[in-house]
Unconditional design. Sequence first.
Length: 325
Amino acid sequence: MTYILFAVGFILLIKGADLLVDGAASIAKSLSISNIVIGLTIVAFGTSAPELVVSAYSAYKGNTDLAIANVLGSNIANTLLILGASAVLCPLIIRQNTARKEIPFSLLSILLVGFLANDSLVEVNENIPDVISRTDSLALLCFFALFLHYTFSIARLDNGDENEGEDEIKQRSLPVAIVLVLLGLAGLTFGGQWIVDGAVSIAESMEISQRVIGLTVVAFGTSLPELAACMVAAWKKQPDLVVGGIIGSNIFNLLWILGAGSMITNLPFDRAGIGDIIINMAATALILIFLLVGKLRGHIERWQGALFVLLYFGYMVYTVIGAKS
């Protein structure tokens, strides 16, 4: 039964991604809201649902290593694998507002998580454990509220996309578009969850640690909605949905999901967990370097996307080998 759900999960995932992108793009057209706003909110919220379910349930059950590794591993997959694969499929043109505001906000979110997780750096007592506590969760959720306020302020000020892409978005009525989005979110959520359940069952039979399972199998599984949605958006030449979905999902994961998880229970960080935060910082900083420096400012070309993908698989190999040593 597990393997059947695993296979059906992929079908739901791909179809859900297609419905979500079509519905979200149609809503952007109907309401004269830019695709970047739709990507930062609807797409990001929907594709982050699997991470929320896995991390919240893991925290509730006391599997804190899995809850943390799922979020950090998913963000690494989003930034390196999914953004990279999308750029390989279709070079991405990034708006200045995204490069100068949304991506730096994502980097700020990682820095905030790193600061809150390193209690030993700010406390006199060196023996104090490094945790994101219930008190820290309030800071994460407050920053998440600021992000939502900023996003909706964009919606009021932005009257449409500067680059809709070469393909014409199929216009649908608003009720139909909303139904498509809801069906897409349902397909992504159930499909992603069934894939993760099957993959975790297989991984646990191999006696792999929670952190490694979280960073590899679970993180990749819960990132499949983002991968599917962004690949479809890239194929349809909707770069704002790609970048908005990835950056929005990363911010949702760090501020909303870790905030909700640490509200349930304290989330302890060890040295390996801090290392994963540093990898997140480096990956996001690399995007900014590519966008703000050089002749191709505002672009992520195919070769840069290929580099991201290679870095991701290199990180996976390093994680697996490190777990065995």
